[in-house]
Design a binder for this molecule. Sequence first.
Ligand code: NOJ
Length: 568
Amino acid sequence: MTDQLTVATADDNAAGAAGPTPWWRDAVIYQIYPRSFADSDGDGIGDLPGIRSRLPYLQELGIDAVWLSPFYASPQADAGYDVSDYRTVDPMFGTLDDARELITDAHALGLRVIVDLVPNHSSDQHEWFRRAIAEGPGSPARDRYHFRPGKGADGAEPPNDWQSLFGGPAWTRTTDPDGTPGDWYLHLFAPEQPDFNWEHPAVADEFRTILRFWLDLGADGFRIDVAHGLCKAEGLPDAGDASELHLLDVAVSPCFDQDGVHEIYRSWRQILDEYPGERIAVAEAWAPTLERLSKYVRPDELHQSFNFSYLGAAWTVEAQRRIIDESLVAMRSVGAPPTWTLSNHDVVRHTTRLMGSVSGDAAGRRPTAADPVAGLRRARAATLLMLALPGSAYLYQGEELGLPEVIDLPPEVRQDPAFHRATGQDGYRDGCRVPLPWSGDAAPYGFGPEGGPSWLPQPDSWAQLSVAAQDGVPESTLEMYRSALLMRRALPALGAPDNLTWLEAPEGLLVFERAAADGSAFRCTVNLTDAPIAVAKPGQALLASGPVDDAAAQVLIPADTTVWWSVA
Ligand code: NOJ
């Protein structure tokens, strides 16, 4: 019987004949959502000192880097993705010294730190936007954003038909200093998030200095928010059919994926390359095709791009194999590593999402109530499949505990701005942002001081999912993640480069092998059906997402189960 085995840590990334692989080509990067990770001061909101205190946990987990969602000064209209000062830490999260010390401590533990950069829009409380409003129509301060007169005789209609991703028009009308209705400004997200005008040289200059500010502080890279949105089509033409924007199914649109963004990223790459230590940038770019996505990671642009097509793929052999192949081909065409993600702070956690139905909720947004046991089983299988793939994997805090989406949050505690704008594409994002359970029998489960608050309520059932409850329990999800991450480092076949060979397999089973330069081979078998599938035992079982009896020459791979094998 094998479930989870532990192997000794070997050298860092496998070194090919051409020398050591840059760390980011096969890194496992763990997303921290600061307000929900660990609360050091008992105000119910997580903070930087809280993260700092938990770094040893992350080191033990076996990740290579953390990505921190925004912790900058912000009115929190969109949980920090509305930045009012890009060089300041919001007091809710700590101070700049806390950020510096967090980076220093992380480095001492061998962990890299990636920070979030929000260049598409600022907060409406950013100094530039306040000046733009105060100085009125025609002022140069307005040129750094998109202000336009409205349509119609009295300008009462928005300048074009663009819709906000959070619902409603992407334009809000201003009031002139004399109290009369004035021009409109563009916001692809909430009205509190006005879009920058990237045609204005001051915007580009400002962001280059912001990059340098965080690089000088020691940041190892950036996650670029809405990386496909910075440039808009000239003249801001109507979007027509594409006006109902949805991130996962973006059609060609005048708001997104305009060719002008690439020049920006080329200039950023030059800055990153000036710094020692392989600093990186990863694009949050919802491009319409993988081919378009690959343009963001050409050799002189960004290093990685999130692969949302993979996140949205159905749990079937055909869909998984197709998206894996397409991703490998697209990224190989530009020499970039593929990336894989199953969960993040914007989508329904994969423990819940994957159990909705065989086809799943492709957009990964709407939570569904279904069998939690089957959901966790499938999520664990999906995780081991993902971690066996070539390239880099992104984990979202709490997935290593098998946390489900919280689907019954009462409306009065919800804070996602899209929830309150009923027609928006999202509005369900609070359910994946509930603070983590660390220990204990009662909320806040070690997230903050005993008896203290948490900004979103944690379910009663989370006592059994806490870190303390799973620590050292061989069959727990936490121990499965630890074993898998340890093996990724130890097994040469699981590092870069990106070779992967599909093998013939019975229906419902996905089987692939990866070979290492030293001749060792690794095989991954994934049962994507609801019934066990028999296979000839291919070698020594290393790790499995559920109990597997591998004593005989024929092995039954249980329903929704992944097994890792070492093959001679
Ligand atoms: C993508 C971020 O992940 C999301 O949380 C945010 O609401 C939007 N960008 C707007 O910044």
